[in-house]
Structure formats: C-alpha cells, structure tokens
Design a protein around this ligand. Sequence first.
Ligand code: C2E
Ligand code: SIN
Ligand code: SIN
Ligand code: FE
Ligand code: FE
Length: 405
Amino acid sequence: MLFRFKKDIKALNTLITISEDINRLADIDSVLDKVLLEARRFTNADAGSIYLIEGNKLRFRYVQNDSLFKNDQLYNQYLYADNELPIDENSIAGYVALTGKSVKLDNAYKIRKQFPFSFNRSFDETAGYTTKSVLTVPLKTGKKEVLGVLQIINAKHGEKSVPFTEKDSLYVTYFGDNAAIAIEKAKLTRDMVLRMIKMSQLRDPHETAPHVNRVGAYSVEIYHRWALRNGISLDEIKRQKDILRIAAMLHDAGKVAISDTILKKPAKLTPEEFTAMKYHTIYGARLFHPFSTPWDSLTFEVALTHHERWDGKGYPGKIDNVFDESIKMNSGIKDNMIPIFGRIVALADVYDALITKRVYKDAWPEEDVLTYINQQSGKQFDPDLVYVFFIIYDVIKAIRARYVD
Ligand code: C2E
Ligand code: SIN
Ligand code: SIN
Ligand code: FE
Ligand code: FE
C-alpha cells in the first residue's frame, strides 16, 4: 500500500498535472540569458544586463560582459549578485521602468540636462570597466505592463566603442516587447515549480523553497564547470542547465508520499523507518513517468538516482519498473553507471543538508562540511565533481547568500 490517505492521492494527482504543464515552459535564467545575448548580438554590444521588477524595486538579474568575462565563462558570480534599485528617476534603469520609455545615451558620463538621472559609476569602478554608450529599453508585456528593463552597453565597431543607432533602438525596443512575453511565461514556470515545492513543504516543513532553490543553483553551476572540463559545447551546456535546474529542484518531490511520522520525526530514524524513507526516490520517479518531454526523463532520473553513491553503497539501485507494486531496494549502482545529473544532485543535496539545520540535526560548521566532502571524494561522491565543487566554491557561497532560509 503506497498511499495511505485519499488526500495523498489527490496531492499527487495535482502534482502530476502541474508538472505536465511546466514541462512545456522554459527556465527563467535561460530565457534571460538568451534575451540578452540576442539583443547584444544584433547591436554588437560588449555588455548588458537585465533588471526585473520585484515588488516596488528593480532587481538586477543578469549581466553579460565580453570584455570582463570572455575567457572564463564565470559570469556566474554576477548572476547571483543581489543588487536592487528603486523605481525612480535617479537611475537610468529606474527611469525607464518608471516611464516605460527607452533611453539612448552616447556617453554615460555626459548625460544631457534634459534627463533627471545620473549614471551610477559603482559597477565601472568595482569592475574596472568603462561604460560609454548605453541603450536602455523597458520590457513590456502585451498588457503594456513594465516587467523589467533591458540595458545594453558599448556598441562596438571593431575595437572602438560607438553610439547605438536609431535602428538599434527600434529593434531592441521591439525585441524587448517580445522578450517580455517569454520572460512572463518563464516566471510562471518558476512560480509553478515553487508551488509544487510549497505543496511538499506543507508535508515537510524543512524542505523549504530556499533549500530547493539552492540545490537547483548549486547543481547547474557544478554541471557548468564539469561540462566545460569535459569539452561539452556552450550551446549544449545552456540547454542542459535549463532542464537540470528544474530537475534538481524536484529531487525530493517523492517525499509527499512519505508518512508524517517519519518525515517530521525530530530524531534519528529506526532502520525500518529509514527503509520506508528510501522509497521517496521511487515515488518521485513515478511522478514524472511516462515521459512526454526530455524534461520528464531527467527529472525522473534525478529523483531516482540522487541517493546513489560513487562506491555503489547507495540506493535504490537498478529498478526495472518503478511502478512495480512489490519493488525492493537493490544494491546500489556505482561510478559512471550513475547518470551524471544524479551524481551532481547527490553532492549538491548533501552539502546543503549538512550546512543547514534539519528537523533531525543541527547545522554543521562549514569546515566540517568541507572536510566531509573531501573525505567522501571517491566514496560517496564522484571525485571529478568534488574537484569542480572546490574550484567554484566562491560561487557556491554566493548562492547560499542569495537564497537564505
Ligand atoms: P535530506 O535531509 O535532504 O538529506 C539528504 C542527504 O544528506 C542524506 O541522505 C544524507 O546523505 C546527507 N545527510 C543529512 N544529514 C546527514 C548527517 O548528519 N550526516 C551525514 N553523514 N550525512 C547526512 P539520506 O541519509 O539517504 O536521507 C534521505 C532523507 O531521509 C533525508 O533527506 C531526510 O529527509 C531523511 N532522513 C535521513 N535520516 C533521518 C533522520 O535521522 N531523521 C529524520 N527525521 N529524517 C531523516
Ligand atoms: C543605472 O541604470 O543607472 C544603473 C545601472 C548602471 O549604472 O549601469
Ligand atoms: C556521463 O556519465 O554522462 C558522462 C561520463 C562521465 O561521467 O565520465
Ligand atoms: Fe532525497
Ligand atoms: Fe534532499
């Protein structure tokens, strides 16, 4: 008997319906990345950023800068930079969000008196960059509601920085309106996923939205670095990150089918209870089967394999049919037999479980967590992934700061 209560079956059905809907939508960070890249490509701009309106603030969501980050694809730190601007006339982006009008400047340091704003030099000063021409357009949805601001910087002619043209301005404004629709859809995806997570949170109070956001973000960053080292193309990396983030966020969705007494037990589980708990991998996999999109199969895979261990001592092992009523845990699968995304989420999940407080345990000191991860390289975890994890540890820490409990 898998589901003890009618309520559980209903919750599962709702989860399944929602997950079918989100399958067709893309992840918001990938959409922002694409929007910015395409706008810059058309105008031959060196850099750019996107701000999205959140509440009554403009939040800095994304930045690309060829001069600063070209050789090393690590613009990631900036992805998680947590800057806010008020929506007012004091900044360029604030003014554009407030008025819904585009602004084209030939030189950010010589702004004409007709404008109320001044250019904020702090990014240039911190980064050692010189902003010259700036084109800033609103991102407006069909309803003409401003969703955010797209700002591109330093149009290039060869190595020279030149002003943006009227044509650039027209095109980017038009592009911004189309992009806004895609961004709105992607925001909906994120909201849907967060709602699925909230549902499991009703059952499992420690499985908070920030925890899930962190595991999703750590996973894509570990993957990005791992994939670069393994010669995977940037296009492929971007495509996979889109799916991986959502799959990683849903790794524990199967916990909705675990009884409260086990799930919320503020103490160590008995061996019987732990066995029951292990089935969350299989229940999770069931939510995403049958597959209708690549998204399903990866979420299935991650739910099923995120507790496998590199040395083969994990669970649930090879499962031929996740819907088998009398399913038994097998001996674990090992090393490269475990799908790469399962290996990645295993590391991201355990790092986050150890460094934060759970109902059944206190948070560990950071030093102990890092020592543990090092010791478990080649045992619990894929050694290549542990290596990558330490290379990008500053990014991991930035993510922790971005999504606090
Ligand atoms: P979770 O809380 O998301 O933990 C994920 C994984 O982090 C665990 O998988 C384990 O590999 C690692 N982890 C968490 N805490 C510790 C720790 O204190 N020491 C070590 N060495 N590793 C730790 P695992 O063990 O397969 O557990 C899966 C899930 O089962 C956990 O997910 C949690 O929801 C539940 N669980 C495990 N042990 C207990 C427990 O003693 N009490 C309760 N109430 N739940 C438990
Ligand atoms: C602004 O739009 O004034 C703030 C961002 C920037 O300085 O580029
Ligand atoms: C994979 O498992 O998908 C790639 C091979 C590897 O991890 O070495
Ligand atoms: Fe789990
Ligand atoms: Fe987990």
